[in-house]
Design a binder for this molecule. Structure first.
Ligand SMILES: NCCC[C@H](NC(=O)CCC(=O)O)C(=O)O
Length: 447
């Protein structure tokens, strides 16, 4: 067995970060619709998290933002003319579609792809499948750039396979790693891959939410397991609890998180809690690992508090001494039930003995917490040497990126600003310079 480290690839917030209320079923996105955003602060909050975790010795990398606005989308649906004319007409005729073309959402890289480390796959390569995100117009084209970016970062086909997104239809609704967790004894050893879904396309009798959409289907999760060549004895599929989707749990990572042998979850997360725990225990026995389940009861933290605080959208990170830290948003400290629970958790003598909190308010206002902002990629030493090195977070890269943000980012953006042709020019100049900083020429197709 090779040793491996888990890298967290955090999405760098783009220069047009904004609140457009585009995600029906995501409570925060809906309630902050059309409020003013601060792209500069958003980017700096994300960078501060990356810097701190890198400084603590966690393997940390940055995933570049996507080009905005998406002129290809706007032109394809009939907005013609110069770039400035396209923007003016889209703003006049359909400001919501202009907002979709300007969506901030690629910053949540947990939705960029599903990743299976090489220890789990049939050919011993790390496999990635870009998520089609086809439940929402504003996210449905992210996979094009995600595939391009992943292929630029993980170009060496001896080590990596980057699959294109699943067919973009509701039968294959796929939201990437937000509905996927891997359990293992060590990152380099064989693991158990755990897929959660909200709906089954071809079984109308399967549980499904009534009010809000289920974004992930079983069919999509199964397709990814097939593409990655996972061993069925070490793969578990589980239905989310449709009732909690209807309370704002639009991705499973809003109500559960796993790391190593630990599953930290809310008692209402799954349709059949007992069956999920049994399936995980059995699969983990095959890799000589025992599941540690940290279950949070509704009486202690009601689902509403979990959604409001993003307690479970935390990162559970293994520290060098084997204990775990929970990376939480500041909102957890501000919610009385959650703050009290967390105090008990770290004092309990269990695996989690430290809390690391960050102010991620700009992201949280769109429904993205610490876990949404990162894509986990466990890599062996040879694999991490083979990936593109320019995205690895260092103090020097942090400082360069802070200066870059200072040069290009506005500190105030309102819906009407999306029609300003100057903003589009600022975005493309910023990304052109960023691709130089990261050593990724040709990262963007800016034609
Ligand atoms: N993993 C967190 C994803 C949050 C994301 N929010 C958004 O797209 C909101 C965008 C807006 O409303 O402007 C979503 O719901 O998919």
């Amino acid at each position: 067995m090779q040793s491996a480290r888990e890298f967290n690839f955090d999405g760098l917030v783009g220069p047009s970060h904004n609140y457009a209320g585009l995600s029906f079923g995501n409570v925060a996105s809906f309630s902050n619709v059309k409020s003013a955003s601060n792209p500069r602060e958003a980017a700096l909050q994300g960078l501060a998290k990356m810097r701190e975790l890198a400084a603590r010795g966690f393997a940390q990398a940055v995933m570049p933002p996507q080009a905005r606005p998406n002129f290809r989308l706007l032109r394809r649906i009939g907005f013609t003319g110069t770039d400035a004319e396209v923007l003016a007409r889209a703003y006049r005729e359909s400001p919501v579609i202009l907002a979709c073309a300007y969506s901030a959402s690629p910053m949540w890289t947990a939705n960029a792809a599903t990743v299976s480390p090489s220890a789990d796959t049939f050919d011993g390569r790390a496999h990635f499948t870009a998520a089609n995100l086809n439940n929402k117009l504003h996210r449905s084209e992210e996979h094009l750039q995600s595939t391009r970016t992943l292929r630029a970062l993980f170009a060496d086909e001896r080590h990596f396979a980057v699959h294109q997104a699943l067919p973009p239809t509701s039968a294959f609704g796929d939201e990437g790693a937000a509905n996927h967790t891997r359990f293992c004894a060590t990152h380099g050893g064989k693991g158990v891959e755990f897929f959660t879904y909200g709906r089954v396309e071809f079984d109308p009798s399967a549980p499904a939410p009534k009010k809000y959409p289920a974004r992930q289907t079983l069919e999509a999760s199964q397709a990814i397991a097939r593409l990655h060549g996972l061993d069925s004895a070490r793969t578990v599929f589980a239905s989310q609890n449709p009732d909690v989707i209807d309370q704002g749990v639009f991705h499973n990572d809003v109500i559960a998180v796993g790391n190593g042998n630990v599953l930290f979850y809310h008692e209402q997360a799954f349709h059949d809690e007992g069956a999920v725990l049994n399936a995980l225990r059995n699969a983990l026995a095959g890799v000589e690992t025992e599941l540690t389940a940290i279950r949070v009861a509704s009486q202690v933290v009601p689902v509403g508090d979990a959604v409001a605080s993003y307690l479970f959208n935390s990162q559970l990170l293994t520290k060098p001494d084997g204990t775990m830290a929970l990376v939480i948003p500041q909102e957890c400290q501000e919610n009385r039930a959650v703050a009290r629970y967390l105090e008990e958790l770290v004092a309990s003598g269990g695996p989690v003995d430290e809390l690391i909190h960050f102010d991620l308010r700009q992201s949280m206002r769109n429904g993205g917490g610490p876990a949404c902002l990162r894509l986990r990629v466990a890599l062996t030493g040879a694999e991490s040497a083979a990936m593109h090195q320019g995205v690895i977070m260092t103090e020097a890269l942090y400082e360069t990126l802070v200066a870059w943000v200072g040069k290009y980012y506005r500190d105030h953006l309102e819906p009407k600003d999306l029609a300003d042709p100057q903003l589009a020019l600022e975005c493309s100049a910023a990304l052109e310079e960023l691709s130089r900083i990261l050593g990724l020429p040709g990262l963007y197709d800016l034609t």
